[in-house]
Design a protein around this ligand. Structure first.
Ligand code: HEM
Length: 791
């Protein structure tokens, strides 16, 4: 190893090999010791040199290998003493100092914001504040957020003075992400103005050119809507209605002239917002690669099936585009991806004329941000969502306004409790050790195949039941018991999916007749209700008879809600049986299905990418004590949180296979989206999270590749991606409440399995997504398991 001194960073460590200088890819500074330490260890493991930093015995012979090892150990130890302060206080101080002194100083806004986010993330990682009262947790979080908003605003360049003042004068200060989006918008506005000034000169030249001739459009005829004055290419029914349409729709003469201009300007708007997001979220020259996408011939296809009709649904006179949807329903996610890629992120799906089924499908990040964050209150889930998901009752997924707000506040406070986190880690660990591992051992010894998806569903079902209800259903056992609750959940998810693709009148008729998917749904609901109500009664009995131990009491969500007995909204009480039933069901679906789906896709992707598996193993080995190398090892959850590559690999799986593949919203009042599309209250806006993770315009040309490196920043830390780009956990005020829970579970399972077992996917399977509201593998994932350390 070689030690050099630079001005910006006090110590540079580079391993020197005989074949030249090896670059570890990270420079040690005052604040990154943790990450640096892990990456260096990873490299040492790869080169089988870990013993150099673990060997503290001094050899008397200076030329010996042992002496060399001891010498390396001494340097390693000295660095640790100099840079690692066990109390973290020095690092917290340095990070705070860095946050306060970081300024934009003419840098691109996204770069400045990204730097701050990394510092805040490091600070969160070291935040040791423990609170008992849930309300205090919320107040504390709010206060930290407020301070961060101030730090961000204070560091901005002068040109943002005015918008900064406006933000600070608001009654309720926005959160950091929202603030960033407001400033980003101002940044876009200013660059547009600057461009305008620049173009003045060219305009002067242009004036010397002959004027564009007036085009008489009176002879034009649209073969789509049968009206005159425009052609099918510029028909609003296909390309979407502009903002002014409602007020001027009777002026047909005007329509024909403005259609061209309007569609161009909305396109420009959209183009600009995407360029802005692209440059703000990514350091790669995103728009250079994709500039051809914005060429004039393709721009005019926004929102419609015009142009080449190549793969874009045709709008039939009566059935609208429904026939296309039904023909492709078995591959709905890939089909939506193809259509959205061709229509540049937003597409107006026309339903049959009688069915009120028009859907504006979008994956445009500007639209996502607009709907989920900046105009959140104008886009509730809406009454149709509630009708489709009636099985969820008044639970958090299904509610809007105050009912949702109060439930979220309450649940968030409960889940932020330290005792909840401790309980989660402990029960998760126990499920792993006493449930999953014994089954994998058994399979390894028997040499039989097992469906990994089924195993993960059983694992997350048991662990979610534990923290939601306090009871372990014990379905993760070698006997693979049939659990009617699990089967009922799957039926519910499939039937609800069908409610999305058939007209409401049709599924209501089926429900009334008690046939088809609706019959299945009814039966499943009865099963779920009977199990949940039984659990509620049991819990109530135990509370009354004081059977519950002090430690468990109030930790699982059901007991916590029962203890509260507060009014959540109007009639609904925490202790009301129906409300408790809704809460349990909502959390069971939220926690069980999503995490097990993510784990299944993750393992499949890993099996297809052996290099990524090797890197994960190297990273894991770096946190295994030297004396335990080459043996079975059970990882400490806290340590797993520090692993960067593993985190990246999980995010990559969640990007390509988001467990919640789509979501929908409805505008309260007519609204024009940043993409230029008009949304009225009868238009359902549908986000395809699946398609969003696969758009070249968002993730680059290699968007279909599994590349965990995409999630690693230049400094070796986790790269932050805004939620309106990485949408798998939702964005804005309704962001997933269980993100941390999910990562804790997924990391524990991934680490325990990858380090200790070889998982071999049985040949001949072609895993594809099922047709449901949760993205499962259609036929599961059959694997063989081998114990890596078996003698
Ligand atoms: C990989 C795992 C997970 C993913 C990808 C995920 C994703 C999501 C998404 C997309 C939503 C928005 C759904 C909608 O509004 O329609 C959501 C909401 C939610 N998630 Fe998760 N989730 C995961 C795990 C969990 C876990 C483990 C829990 C429970 C402990 C949980 C609790 C919730 C809750 C309560 C909401 C509702 C939030 C609200 O509406 O305010 N999630 N999640």
């Amino acid at each position: 190893m070689e030690k050099t001194q630079t001005e910006s960073s006090p110590v540079v460590i580079q391993s020197v090999q005989s074949d030249g200088v090896f670059n570890a890819g990270i420079i040690l500074t005052e604040t990154n010791y943790d990450v640096w330490f892990q990456i260096m260890e990873m490299h040492l493991v790869k080169r089988e040199k870990l013993s150099y930093i673990r060997s503290s015995t001094k050899s008397s012979e200076e030329s010996s290998k042992e002496y060399e090892k001891w010498y390396t150990y001494e340097i390693w130890d000295a660095l640790s003493k100099a840079f690692y302060d066990g109390s973290d206080e020095l690092q917290v101080f340095t990070l705070n100092q860095k946050a306060f002194s970081t300024k934009q100083n003419g840098q691109p806004l996204s770069k400045f914001y990204g730097e701050l986010i990394e510092i805040f993330r490091e600070l969160d990682h070291r935040d040791k504040v423990v609170m008992k009262d849930p309300e205090d947790v919320v107040i504390y979080r709010r206060s930290v957020e407020r301070l961060r908003v101030h730090i961000f605003l204070a560091g901005l360049d002068e040109e943002f003075n005015q918008v900064r003042g406006e933000i600070l004068r608001k009654e309720i200060i926005s959160d950091l992400e929202e603030c960033y989006s407001l400033i980003r918008r101002e940044d876009a506005r200013q660059s547009k103005l600057n461009k305008k000034v620049d173009s003045e000169t060219s305009a002067m030249i242009a004036r010397q050119q002959p004027q564009r001739k007036f085009v008489d459009k009176s002879s034009l005829h649209c073969t789509h809507c049968k009206k005159n004055g425009h052609t099918k290419e510029h028909c609003f029914e296909i390309i979407g209605y502009p903002d002014w349409w409602d007020t001027r729709k009777k002026n047909t003469k005007h329509e024909s002239k403005t259609a061209v201009a309007e569609s161009t300007s909305t396109t420009d708007l959209r183009k600009e917002s995407l360029v802005q997001i692209a440059t703000s979220v990514s350091s790669v020259p995103f728009m250079v690669v994709h500039s051809d996408v914005w060429g004039p011939s393709k721009v005019s296809t926004i929102g419609g099936a015009r142009c080449n009709n190549n793969g874009i649904p045709k709008n039939f006179p009566v059935g609208g585009m429904l026939p296309h949807l039904l023909l492709n329903v078995h591959r709905i996610h890939d089909y939506s991806t193809e259509v959205l890629e061709k229509t540049q992120c937003t597409f107006l799906f026309k339903g049959p004329w009688f069915a009120n089924m028009d859907i504006l499908a979008t994956v445009d990040p500007a639209n996502v941000h607009h709907i989920m964050s900046s105009n959140f209150s104008n886009f509730p889930k809406g009454p149709e969502f509630k009708r489709i998901f009636d099985i969820l009752g008044d639970g958090i997924f299904n509610s809007d306004s105050d009912l949702w707000k109060n439930q979220r506040r309450f649940a968030q406070a409960l889940m932020n409790r330290h005792s909840f986190y401790k309980f989660l880690v402990k029960s998760n660990q126990a499920k792993l050790e006493k449930g999953l591992i014994p089954i994998l051992d058994h399979m390894s010894k028997q040499g039989t195949t097992v469906d990994l998806q089924d195993l993960f569903q059983r694992f997350t079902f048991d662990s979610t039941s534990l923290f939601v209800t306090g009871y372990d259903p014990g379905c993760l056992s070698i006997e693979f018991p049939k659990v009617r609750f699990l089967m009922a959940l799957e039926d519910v998810e499939e039937s609800i999916f069908y409610r999305h693709v058939v007209p409401e009148s049709l599924w209501k008729l089926q429900r009334w007749l008690g046939i088809g998917e609706e019959k299945k749904l009814k039966k499943a609901k009865e099963t779920l209700d009977s199990v949940i109500f039984e659990l509620i009664q049991r819990k109530r009995r135990e509370i009354n008879e004081e059977i519950l131990s002090k430690e468990i009491d109030g930790v699982d969500l059901l007991a916590s809600y029962m203890h509260e007995n507060k009014t959540i909204m109007g009639e609904l009480k925490c202790a009301d049986d129906n409300f408790l039933r809704d809460t349990v069901l909502n959390f069971m679906i939220a926690g069980r299905d999503t995490t097990s789906s993510a784990l299944t896709w993750f393992f499949w992707l890993i099996s297809k990418n052996p290099k990524a598996e090797t890197k994960i193993r190297e990273e894991l080995t770096s946190i295994v004590p030297a004396e335990k190398l080459g043996k079975w090892w059970d990882f400490d959850t806290q340590k797993l949180n520090q692993l960067v590559y593993l985190h990246g690999a999980l995010c990559e799986a969640l990007r390509l296979y988001p467990p919640v593949p789509f979501q929908h919203k409805v505008p309260l009042v007519p609204h024009t989206l940043p993409s230029g599309h008009r949304a009225v209250p009868r238009t359902k806006i549908l986000f395809s999270l699946y398609a969003m993770g696969r758009m070249k315009s968002i993730w680059g040309e290699d968007c279909l590749e599994f590349r965990p490196e995409r999630w690693i920043s230049e400094s070796g830390g986790i790269k932050w991606e805004p939620s309106y780009k990485f949408f798998s956990f939702n964005a804005g005020p309704r962001t997933c409440l269980g993100k941390e829970v999910a990562f804790t579970q997924m990391k524990a399972v991934a680490a325990g399995v990858i380090h200790n077992y070889d998982i071999q996917v049985v040949e001949g399977q072609r895993p594809g997504p099922n047709v449901s509201i949760i993205l499962y593998m259609k036929h599961g994932l059959k694997v063989r398991v081998h114990d890596r350390w078996a003698k």
